[in-house]
Design a protein around this ligand. Sequence first.
Ligand code: PEP
Ligand code: MN
Length: 338
Amino acid sequence: MIIVIKPNTPREQVDEVIAEVTKLGYDPRPIYGTEQTVVAAIGDERTHHTLESLNVLPQVDQVLRVQKRYTMVSRESHPEDSVIDVDGVKVGGSNFCVMAGPCSVESEEQLLSTARAVKAAGATILRGGAYKPRTSPYEFQGLGKEGLRLLQLAKKETGLKIITEVLSERDVEHVAAAADVLQIGARNAQNFQLLIEAARSGKPILLKRGLSQKIEEWLLSAEYILAHGNPNVMLCERGIRTFETFTRNTLDLSAVAAAKMESHLPVIVDPSQGCGKANLVRMMCRGAVAMGADGLIVEVHPNPAEAMSDGQQQVDFRSFEALMKDIQPYLAITGKTA
Ligand code: PEP
Ligand code: MN
């Protein structure tokens, strides 16, 4: 870290800063200028006490970090793309993966017909929420364990792998027993105890970006999972809150590029939550594929007008099939194969 001392600070007060730096376990290297002094503090910022607390001293102008706060998720620590193995389905590197299915699991007929349709169109992982994080307590909360049973049934019939959301620490064990990938939702992106518990399940995890989570914070959430022994993390950009209300969220494709640059983890795009409008989903998919995302997670429903959650953003079977055809040329450009 670098501590910038205010101009014209007397030497004794610089020495006070140096003494604090030493006390906190760093090796201080002062550089005295004619007016201004800086103290470089040598030591690992991730394992030592942070020196940001020195901002409280009146002679300190600012404290600057030089190291990134995440290590295990960073590309520096792992230059190659990570490839996650979801029970035989590879995600990352040259492997493009499409996850698709309803927002919520509603019934056997709804889920199985969707599973068959998305499989026929080329998806390899079936999505469907059994536990739903709803803004209002009066809205459909999901079928819970019955939803998990239906997901297993769909897996048995189609061979599709299953991704479903885990909402609380309490549910990790039984959701992990039914799912191939645990989805951590946007609202739980910084629920650190849930991240730790999900990590311990050993299952691959799809980590959504929080509604107003900075890229650094999102990567630090992923770092929690890796730091707790689970390297199988997929980052998922699903749109952030902005001033815009025409779209439900603003799908932040710059975050996809940034996450790919900063981290070796696969990056998946969720265009459904990302823009919240069924008729925009196809275009958002093209963009995501063209810029090198490692996969898509798309909401598909037999009859979106009757959906029990997120009907406005779910595409029907025909639109999904068209979308899958539509992305092929973009996929070819990136050199990835689905
Ligand atoms: C979902 O995938 O249906 C969902 C609730 O996602 P998010 O957590 O991104 O809002
Ligand atoms: Mn949804």
